[in-house]
Design a protein around this ligand. Structure first.
Ligand code: NAD
Ligand code: DAU
Length: 355
């Protein structure tokens, strides 16, 4: 079978990647989607059961840091586009083990860039019709005060955690390949995602699961930090629009203008879980437990995504109230997914962090 395009999606077994893979496989039967994932603790093929038998989908287990394997993959599948999400993504882990973050996020991205460059350089048409799309985060911009300002595409990079420093490093390499070799690259910086299939080390799924089990909810510091939350399917929709219509060499911020102070968000989660479980109002309030703050904890993130709206017409499709309701409902209706991921290696990590 011949396909119009051959696209690698890295990290497709992870949280956001699985939503991007699902959207592309279903929406573009004329594209072959190659999901490249190492299946670390965060990669879970159960996230993709509904599309795993589609004819335009292939899963390849591999490490983005393995340069030879990445070269072979580009050649074997005649890859003309890559959407790069694979990364170590959890800030708390980066504080404990920064080396893994530098290795995966910086060296892995560099291996992919070089593999793409070498393969595309070998073709008669070179970079024509090719695209290297790198998924980054708003955390590279650092932190904002409570002053109503936003991160724009022109905000200077100022990462604080080993995670955001490693993402910033990878972004710089992508732009260096664009500027030095003319590699057709794009970078987007997105705010906090929430929704189904998120690994329960991140705030929202961790807290939903803890409430379900009557376990403490560890609120870092005073719970006053602010994050800007976007439903994951809306991020996947933005990635689709930008992959197809974004300007090569450009950067787009993605966000939902939806800022929440952690403690206020936590109260919404508690209220929603209790209501959907049929518990009386206030049942789980006592689980809130203030704990030592995260080291270097960024105070506030807020994304200005007006460029994306004005140039490419993307806007979030879901209001937060609807998104959080759908999300809580999904986790409560899929306890077996939760049990599966909270086992083995993850359980040991969980114990070392919280017990
Ligand atoms: P995740 O941790 O859920 O998934 C990461 C995936 O990458 C996993 O499937 C893992 O197996 C895979 N992976 C890790 N190391 C690999 C390697 N060496 N080779 C191949 N695969 C490897 O992450 P996520 O939350 O879905 O984030 C995806 C991307 O989006 C990341 O680049 C992250 O920085 C970025 N991002 C995330 C958010 C968010 O809120 N989660 C927001 C903005 C940007
Ligand atoms: O902003 C985008 C980033 O969002 C992504 O680049 C990261 O990959 C993603 O993990 C996320 O980073 P955060 O650190 O903002 O997400 P996390 O869910 O870990 O934490 C959200 C907020 O909640 C943060 O202020 C820390 C706080 N928190 C988190 C946990 C896990 C708690 O108070 N208690 C917790 O147990």
């Amino acid at each position: 079978m011949s396909f119009k395009r051959n696209i690698i999606i890295t990290g497709g077994a992870g949280f956001i990647g699985s939503h991007v893979v699902r959207l592309f496989v279903n929406k573009y039967p004329e594209y072959r989607i190659i999901n490249l994932d190492k299946l670390t603790y965060a990669g879970n093929l159960a996230n993709l059961r509904d599309i795993e038998n589609e004819e335009n989908y292939i899963f390849v287990k591999g490490d983005i840091c393995d340069y030879e394997a990445m070269q072979a993959l580009f050649r074997e599948y005649k890859v003309d586009g890559i959407i790069h999400l694979a990364a170590e993504s959890h800030v708390d882990r980066s504080i404990k083990d920064p080396f893994t973050f530098a290795q995966t996020n910086v060296m892995g991205t560099l291996a992919l860039l070089q593999a793409a460059k070498v393969y595309w350089d070998s073709l008669p048409e070179k970079y024509e019709g090719k695209r290297f799309y790198h998924i980054s985060t708003d955390e590279v911009y650092g932190t904002l005060a409570f002053d109503g300002t936003f991160f724009t595409e022109d905000t200077k990079y100022d990462p604080h955690s080993p995670y955001s420093a490693s993402k910033a490093g990878s972004d710089h390499f992508v732009r260096a390949f664009q500027d030095t070799y003319g590699l057709p690259a794009l970078v987007t910086n997105c705010s906090n995602n929430y929704g189904p299939y998120q690994f329960p080390e991140k705030l929202i799924p961790l807290f939903i699961n803890n409430i379900r089990q009557g376990k403490p909810l560890p609120v870092y510091g005073k719970g006053e930090n602010v994050r800007d939350w976007l439903y994951v399917v809306d991020h996947a929709r933005a990635i689709d629009v930008i992959f197809h219509a974004g300007k090569t060499g450009d950067t787009y911020n993605i966000g939902g203008f939806n800022e929440w102070k952690n403690i206020d968000l936590i109260k919404v989660i508690i209220e929603t879980v209790d209501r959907l479980l049929g518990n009386p109002v206030g049942t789980s309030d006592h689980l809130i437990t203030y704990v030592t703050d995260r080291l270097g904890h960024d105070l506030r993130y807020a994304i200005d995504s007006n460029k994306l709206k004005n140039e490419l017409g993307w806007e979030p499709s879901l209001q937060f109230e609807e998104g959080i309701e759908k999300t809580v409902q999904w986790y409560l209706e899929n306890p077996e997914w939760m049990e599966h991921v909270i086992s083995g290696e993850y359980q040991q990590y969980y114990d070392s962090m919280y017990n």
